[in-house]
Design a binder for this molecule. Structure first.
Ligand code: SF4
Ligand code: SF4
Length: 416
């Protein structure tokens, strides 16, 4: 966004403070600078030359502490798009100073490349299997950062595709499944469940060779790399002979749906992005739309649902995952307080902002505990990682599951 445009938008903030109630970083810190109003005020001062963004590390920290969760924007009477404003300032920092080394290694070095992320995953799996992680935990090294990693599966999803993908001669539907890098490498049970559930519902599934959606790069202000990844994905998703492109990760789905805005004015990619956006479907919503198979076995448990920010505020998905959960015989859905408040995961936010992230997580886990549910369901691998970490550090013996994992379990119980 250009300086004039930014200033014009910032002028719309009437300082009403309605964002305070919904902003997770404000709710745990009670610091004015940590809410949309405060952040926007600092940016406005900088644009009016009363403050130098590049010479105020404290301001940069505050800009980086925003979760980009969009809760402020949704409750703002003036419609101030704070996450977009923050993203522009982060892009400014990255353009002028480059990415900080840690983010550069993690995002450009690892997430940008499917082979590297796979290699890192394999090394992390060995690290967990041979017990070094327990030694590291004992020494207190990494300040629990390595504990944020889930228990890694022995194989990623892509390596299992030859066995998983079945030929359905009389399929009712043909869909593409977007296998995001987190699900593929860290939460393969979600990816396997998604494919099985789609096939159980007579969908012929294809899995294009995509790369990371670019969410981490966008959140760090690395727009150049974000665009490169987006173009690769659009080339892979363009012109697929499918009725929908299915996402089990709310973040990937919402980022790819928004490529259209990223390429506004780009002759080649704007049209492709619009065509792809039309086919983006959250998996729960898609299953509801095709009247999914409800012939299931019983799961006698209590479950509650955490809305990922990218699910509820970006993709506007609220009821569909709850409908899926409610359809499973024996499974009782209990709503939790603040179900739509960010869990503090926000990609790798917990690594770079551990204190705030854990304070926000503690609030979420308290709300979960109050439901007395056995299972915490959600539809985003970043939330799954954060919430599973929450189970560990709050000593809760409960599981975190994607709705499709429970659905596939219910189908399998029925077929026993
Ligand atoms: S809710 Fe909107 S208008 Fe009100 S203070 Fe927050 S950003 Fe400004
Ligand atoms: S995007 Fe989320 S964390 Fe950032 S200011 Fe808005 S409500 Fe707060």
């Amino acid at each position: 966004m250009k300086k004039d445009e930014l200033l014009k938008i910032l002028m719309n903030c009437n300082r009403c403070g309605m964002c305070q109630e919904v902003c997770p970083t404000y709710r745990v810190s009670h610091i004015e600078a940590n809410v949309a109003r405060g952040r926007n005020r600092l940016i406005r001062l900088a644009l009016e030359n009363q403050l130098n963004l590049d010479k105020e590390p404290e301001v940069e920290k505050i800009i980086n502490e925003c979760l980009l969760c969009k809760a402020c924007e949704d409750s703002c009477p003036s419609g101030v798009p704070t996450p977009e404003i923050i993203a522009s300032i982060r892009a400014h920092y990255t353009n002028t100073k480059g990415l900080p080394l840690g983010k550069k290694i993690m995002y450009r070095g690892v997430f940008s490349n499917n082979k590297t992320i796979s290699l890192v995953r394999n090394l992390a799996w060995i690290y967990q299997k041979c017990g070094i992680n327990k030694l590291v935990k004992f020494t207190g090294l990494f300040n629990k950062t390595d504990e944020m990693l889930p228990n890694l599966p022995p194989k990623n999803v892509r390596s299992q595709l030859p066995v998983l993908l079945k030929v359905l001669p009389n399929a009712d539907h043909r869909v593409a499944y977007f296998l995001g890098c987190s699900v593929n490498n860290f939460f393969s049970s979600i990816g396997v469940a998604s494919i099985k559930v789609l096939q159980e519902n007579n969908c012929d599934v294809i899995v294009p060779e995509v790369n990371c959606c670019g969410a981490p790069h966008h959140s760090a202000g690395d727009m150049e790399e974000f665009k490169r990844l987006a173009k690769n994905n659009l080339r892979m998703l363009n012109d697929l002979d499918v009725e929908a492109i299915i996402f089990d990760c709310s973040t990937c789905g919402s980022v790819i749906k928004d490529y259209e805005n990223l390429f506004t004015g780009d002759e080649e990619y704007e049209k492709i992005a619009a065509q792809v956006a039309e086919k983006v479907q959250d998996i729960s919503s898609y299953l509801i739309s095709i009247d999914f198979n409800k012939n299931m076995g019983t799961i006698s448990k209590k479950v509650t649902y955490h809305d990922p920010c990218h699910g509820i505020r970006f993709l506007k998905v609220k009821d569909a995952p709850r409908e899926i959960l409610k359809s499973i015989p024996g499974l009782e859905l209990i709503e939790m307080q603040e179900a739509d408040m960010c869990c503090g995961g926000a990609g790798s936010y917990g690594i770079f902002n551990p204190k705030l992230s854990r304070d926000i997580l503690a609030r979420k886990m308290e709300n979960f505990k109050n439901t007395q549910a056995d299972i915490l369901a959600t539809s985003c691998p970043a939330c799954t990682m954060q919430l599973s970490f929450g189970m560990k550090i709050h000593n809760l013996n409960c599981s975190v599951k994607h709705p499709v994992e429970l659905l596939v379990q219910a189908y399998e119980i029925k077929s026993l």
